[in-house]
Design a protein. Sequence first.
Length: 748
Amino acid sequence: MTVALTFTTPLLLIGALAAAVPFVLHLLASVRAQEVFFPTLRFLKMSMEKTARRRRIQHWALLLVRSVLLALLALAVAEPVSRATGGWLTGRRTAAAIVLDNSYSMAVKSQTSSRFSKAQTELNALLGGDDQPALAAVLTTNGGTVSRKLTARLGPLRDAVAKVSVGYGRAPISQRVAAAIKLLQNESIPQRSVYILSDLQRNSFEELASLRALAQAQDIHILIVNTADETVENVGISDLEITGKRIVDEVLQFTATLVNSSPTDRVVDVALRTGAGGVVQRLRKSLRAAGHEGSSATVRFRHRFNRIGPASGEVFLDLNDDLAVDNIRRFSLNIGRRIKALVVRGQASTTDAPTFDPAMMLRVALQPYVDASNPWPISPQTIEAKQLAAAELHEMDVLFLAEVSDFTEKQARAIETFVRDGGTVVFFLGPGLQIDNYNNQLGQKSDADGGLLPGKLLECVGEVGPDADAVAVDWVDIRHPYFEGFYENLSDYLTVLVQRYVRLAAPARVGRVLVRLANGDPLVTVKNFGTGRVVLCTTTASPKWSNLPTTGLFLPMAVRISVLARQELTDDNMYLPGSQVVIKPDGLNEPPAGAVVSVTLPGADGNSQPVPVALKKTREGDLAVFSDTARLGTYSWKVVAPGMGPGESFGSGSFVVNPSGPESCLESIPAGRFIDALHRSGVKRVYVGSTLGEVRAAAKTASQGRNWWDLILSVVIILLVVEAVVANRFRGRRGDVVESHLNPRLAR
């Protein structure tokens, strides 16, 4: 802040000329005495000259003190006053850009009203009071835009503010303040101010302290009305994560994160409820007070859905507190059918014993339980190599080829089409392999995908037998989804020993080695092809060439590859407010003319009309993009066309919108700490108060003048004491010296 110094009676500054009086008196009193030399006293002369030089310095110091004393007396009687330049003004010479926080943390209820109601009241006072600005703009943080530019028409602004409601997203305070500053920088009005009406929520205001636009706007006042002036009693659900595959009878884990914003420890009941079955589980959790370790914690539920199709539900807190909106988080899932896996047994393995049959080993890995009462997400099927055709791949998700020696042209093209359309194929090589057939039918092609194989097959290497050497696996890509999370230590993955395998040329740029032998040759490689994947294992799935099928890596790898073959099984239909939702109806190949996606909003009654959304053709099929996601709850949709009955559709589904998680943490940053952080960033004109009157009073106080005459008079008194002590001391010494000298010249 720039400070200007003025004087109440500037004419009295003429008294500062008295500072020259001591110098004038000194010059007038300076008399040169006649010099008389005594040769026998020359040594005494040298001693006295040293003493005279020291006294000369002391005399000048005393002279300076007296001059400063007289000058300060002149300044004191002129009454100097300092005032802040660009100080606080009110009324018609001001412009105000107002940021109104309407995020859902502002919905916290106190004894009388909510934080947002208080902000609206203060804002109406700002726009309608005696000190209303000449120009104003109101920017909301979460929808409900009031104005995008400064206007002198404040009446319509007040009407628009009354219609604003609380949104459910995170408050982008920094973005709105930057926009407000930009509005004011284009105005030449004498005083410009940014008003922020918010609860100083830590998650939002810590970003504001480092806002570069704020530090650069030194001539703009920042006035913050803090609506969070009371303690909060609240526990909220800030996040809900669902892990597991969305497959019928597959166990899903629901992990909810709880946050306690209360000043005391809390014990809460958390429950999982599904749309069809009601409350399925209930747990109790203890949380520490806000600001302490343990104020945030997680609870986990496990549940399996036994029906194919849409599934919905919610995790909720069974309590009443100051903020109800964060006591529930909803979910919407599409539970798919079991994974369909096709295992193709090669011709060379038809005579093998069951323990050496790679197709049998894969079948056991894909379906380890034969008891129908123990559900399993994968449904495998086995055929012979000669039966492999395009019809057999229909509705399959993953294809395992176990020691298939060769392929016909038709079989190769069927596999290629299957993978290009989104399927996953897994090659396990082995005895009887015709390398030239693989390279010709499945190898490098002229298209962009470069053929199915990740690289060219070279030759079989290694010997089989009890005395034959084996090559160990020395590296596994444990960050890849196929292997992630199996074991805690890398050494647990490295138990595979291989005696014989097929050497593979360096994988093409589209391939990725997942398992590598100690000699550097790849054992398992993956590549994307079209919208699907190709996995190549250079050894067999039986114990003939390696111990891979008997290690702890084989079964989880086969299962993980199968489950990940359907990418949509990891999708969640959960969104945040303001998100764009892409709706892709399943099985909609050619929609009829005029077909649209009809979306029903949450809480809609019988008189509410669904929102129609047009279908657009894309490379991924017919899609609809829905953006009106301001409400919380479950949105349902269906594909309809002209002439259809009320209950008819070409497909249906649902999705949910949940509140932003960070807003559930209601901890506010202390006003003093926030002001200090802004001051360190170079922002000086910032004021915080619980009401508009307090904030304006703080700004006015900071702009008032400071009269310095009392401080100057204190300095004058101190100098008078110093001058008296020093002068008396010099006078006593001078008298003693003068009487002991015969020569006045030596006495100086």
